[in-house]
Design a protein around this ligand. Structure first.
Ligand SMILES: [Zn+2]
Length: 316
């Protein structure tokens, strides 16, 4: 069953804003899509920041990548989305993002370590890394062809993530989990290294998939030594070229003029204005909605989406 186009547009706007707000894309990176039927895909266009996504922006392409509806150019990475849909008829939504911590593992030549946390073992398994291929080339979808058939989440080496699902909500959940797992594993490695589960513990966790009704497509986790060759395939680490490092020298300290005394008559807003960038007495209102920057502003996004949907309905 496919979503209607209006709902798909609304979902793309909502999850575009969420992906940006969570720091999982930057600038105009990344793309989101929803399958409208067997022959058509609604996808974010090229060159538009995800924080600026609006309901008219996504375009419709066919399964060969031809523009069917919309006045913008398709994202240059539409081939990644079409590859996922072609390999997986069960997939209805795809998110390609650039999660920084997970990408760092692929640059370091380290496996993603997605077999260390119980909920990740159960819901995502051993997330694979596709070998490096240049963005926007035909080699990129080819690099992930075998892996997307086996897993609802994967990394493209030195580039980004691909997460899929029956809807954008599920694809986004996998993306969040992937990046959160990477963050925890960075901490674990800083503390001396990640201690793996035993084979028995992994089997127990995988047995819970049925109990929780989880049927995601994934590569089952295996204990070290029992890991199949097709598992988490980190690309070989690149040789590190030693560099001459100059010792750090602190810049000379400039004498600062003494700060003017703040009288008790000045209210707190004046001080807050100095700290947060220039709102002063008489205009001491913090902006209620910031489209850029981190933070939880889902209610504002909901309002924005509802307003846009209302305007579109008026035009129909
Ligand atoms: Zn990308």
């Amino acid at each position: 069953m496919f979503p209607n186009e209006l709902q798909a547009r609304k979902d793309i706007v909502y999850y575009s804003h969420k992906t940006h707000a969570a720091g999982l894309v930057t600038a105009t990176d990344g793309n989101l899509s929803v399958r409208l039927d067997d022959q058509h895909v609604l996808i974010t266009p090229s060159g538009l920041r995800k924080e600026d996504m609006h309901i008219d922006a996504p375009i419709v392409i066919d399964m060969d990548g031809n523009l069917v509806a919309g006045d913008r150019k398709p994202s240059t990475e539409y081939k990644v989305h079409l590859e996922a849909y072609q390999q997986r008829p069960d997939v209805k939504a795809v998110i390609h993002a650039h999660p920084p911590k997970a990408i760092a593992f692929t640059i370091a030549g380290a496996p993603l370590d997605t077999c260390m946390l119980p909920e990740v073992v159960v819901t995502m398994g051993d997330v694979p890394i596709a070998p490096y291929a240049a963005p926007s080339t035909d080699a990129l979808p080819e690099s992930m062809r075998d892996l997307i058939a086996k897993s609802d989440a994967l990394m493209l080496a030195r580039h980004g993530s691909v997460t899929v699902g029956p809807c954008l909500s599920e694809a986004f959940k996998r993306l969040e989990k992937l990046e959160h797992n990477a963050e925890i594993m960075i901490y674990a490695r800083m503390l001396g290294g990640a201690q793996p589960f035993s084979e028995n513990q992994l089997q127990e966790l995988q047995g819970l998939r049925g109990f929780y009704g989880i049927n995601t497509q994934q590569i089952a986790c295996a204990a070290p030594g029992a890991r199949p060759a097709s598992g988490s395939s980190a690309p070989p680490a690149q040789p590190v070229v030693p560099q001459q490092v100059q010792p750090y020298q602190a810049p000379p300290v400039q004498p600062q003029p003494a700060a003017p005394a703040v009288s008790a008559a000045n209210n707190n807003n004046a001080n807050r204005g100095d700290r947060f960038g220039g709102w002063h007495d008489g205009e001491a209102q913090a902006p209620t909605y910031r489209r850029s920057g981190a933070g939880n502003h889902e209610p504002e996004i909901d309002e924005l989406v509802d307003e846009i949907v209302a305007r579109v309905k008026q035009r129909l």
